[in-house]
Design a protein around this ligand. Structure first.
Ligand SMILES: *[C@@H]1O[C@H](CO)[C@@H](O)[C@H](O)[C@H]1NC(C)=O
Ligand SMILES: *[C@@H]1O[C@H](CO)[C@@H](O)[C@H](O)[C@H]1NC(C)=O
Ligand SMILES: *[C@@H]1O[C@H](CO)[C@@H](O)[C@H](O)[C@H]1NC(C)=O
Ligand SMILES: *[C@@H]1O[C@H](CO)[C@@H](O)[C@H](O)[C@H]1NC(C)=O
Length: 398
């Protein structure tokens, strides 16, 4: 049952390739149609199934550089792109040889066969696919492999907002949250990832997840010695409390600010986690800038937090430095932070000056010049905001 999603994607892929090839006519160069796709011949149902299995499964160890945005299919087109990206290019190339031998009528016939095959298999709805995956997760005798597969399928299915909204109704949210306690790190990791995806810009799901009590579990997972698990847990937390005041209050109550401090200050922690922590600080500060009168202001104004963020500016990783600068820029704009803390406790002036010296060197390197210049403008902007805040403080009645 768990194999149904990759199979369907492969069929879809097949069908569209066939349609494009047929439309081009017999003399067209088939191997260059649809941007380098290949048409394969002579597949029966069994072979299709085998191919479906050779399509790579999405896995929890996928690089998550962009995981604030990636994964899931918002449209048929993106599903097709995924199928293309995850097919074995060698296998496709082999089949391309056969492509040239097909006449137009043979292509038409093939297209018809695929249509019939798809009708026979009856493409189920997303809700039906979700129900199947959820039933697998509920079944305690299902193998670990099938459990992982069911979660991988949910990971893609919850991307469209309507599906994410259905997850709780179908009983899926409770089941996925339960998997956060699974003894396998891979299962826990994927479960956290699903929660993050489903919560993304979705207040309804955020509140459902919060009311099911998942925040504390996710915060424990950030302590995991498995980096991927910690990274996905922090990603899920960010998505869960973003623009959600209730969630942010719970986060601080659970010691979220201390958690962020610990991550940012500890140089033996994976750099991806430290980037995510800096990113979350900026995001939380931005929320406070926009909602100046809320009651959660003081957590980020703590000078230990400020120093933890400012110190990240000197770590030699441009991406991390950029995120740290963005966080400092936001923190400087909070009325609850103290300009003198930045000056005296964090030595922000000296740190920004040392950063300038490093950036000047990097700007002489051909391949880094543009990025380094971009960060230098951000650095200047932070410096200006900092000095403005100092002046303002000097004039303010004490
Ligand atoms: C067909 O396309 C392939 C790959 O783009 C190219 O190498 C080949 O020369 C083309 N053949 C013809 C007949 O245009
Ligand atoms: C639970 O999974 C086992 C093993 O895959 C299967 O044999 C059984 O039919 C499933 N039970 C239900 C209720 O789906
Ligand atoms: C994470 O670990 C730290 C120290 O290793 C501990 O102080 C903290 O309470 C732990 N956090 C959670 C949420 O378990
Ligand atoms: C820093 O992180 C490492 C690895 O996660 C952990 O073992 C260590 O206790 C942490 N150090 C401090 C001072 O929290």
């Amino acid at each position: 049952m768990g194999k149904v999603l990759p199979l369907l994607m492969l069929l879809l892929f097949w069908f569209l390739v066939a349609a494009a090839a047929a439309a081009e006519g017999p003399r067209a160069n088939k191997s260059s149609s649809l941007g380098g796709l290949f048409w394969a011949t002579g597949k029966d149902e069994g072979e299709l199934l085998a191919m479906a299995e050779s399509v790579e499964e999405p896995s929890a160890v996928v690089d998550d550089k962009t995981d604030e945005f990636d994964g899931g299919f918002s449209s048929l087109e993106s599903m097709l792109q995924w199928a293309i990206g995850h097919s074995d290019p060698e296998k496709l190339k082999e089949k391309a040889e056969d492509a040239h031998r097909l006449s137009e009528s043979e292509l038409k016939k093939r297209q018809l066969e695929i249509k019939e095959l798809m009708e026979k298999l009856k493409m189920p709805s997303d809700a039906e696919l979700m129900k199947i995956a959820i039933a697998d997760l509920k079944n305690s005798s299902v193998s670990l492999e099938d459990r992982q597969r069911a979660l991988d399928e949910l990971l893609f299915l919850v991307e469209p907002i309507d599906n994410a909204n259905d997850l709780d109704k179908l009983g899926g949210l409770v089941i996925v949250i339960r998997e956060l306690d699974n003894s396998e790190t891979g299962i826990r990791t994927t479960a956290a990832w699903i929660i993050g995806k489903a919560c993304q810009n979705n207040a309804l799901v955020q509140n459902q997840v919060l009311s099911h009590g998942a925040l504390a579990k996710l915060m424990k997972m950030v302590n995991s010695s498995f980096t991927e698990e910690a990274v996905k847990a922090l990603y899920a937390i960010s998505a869960l409390i973003r623009n959600n005041e209730n969630g942010q209050k719970m986060f601080y109550t659970e010691g979220g600010n201390i958690m962020l401090e610990d991550i940012m200050r500890n140089s033996s922690i994976d750099i991806r986690l430290r980037k995510k922590a800096a990113f979350l600080v900026a995001d939380l500060a931005d929320y406070q800038i926009q909602h100046a009168d809320n009651s959660i202001l003081h957590y980020l104004s703590n000078r230990i937090v400020l120093k933890a963020v400012v110190d990240l500016i000197l770590i030699p990783d441009l991406d991390l430095q950029e995120k740290a600068l963005l966080a400092v820029r936001s923190l400087l704009q909070l009325s609850s932070t103290d300009a003198s803390d930045f000056r005296d406790f964090c030595s922000l002036d000296q740190i920004l000056e040392r950063m300038r010296e490093n950036l000047v060197k990097l700007m002489m390197e051909e391949d880094l010049r543009d990025y380094a210049s971009e960060i230098e403008s951000l650095r200047k902007e932070v410096l200006i905001i900092f000095h403005r805040k100092l002046e303002k403080a000097a004039w303010a009645p004490t």
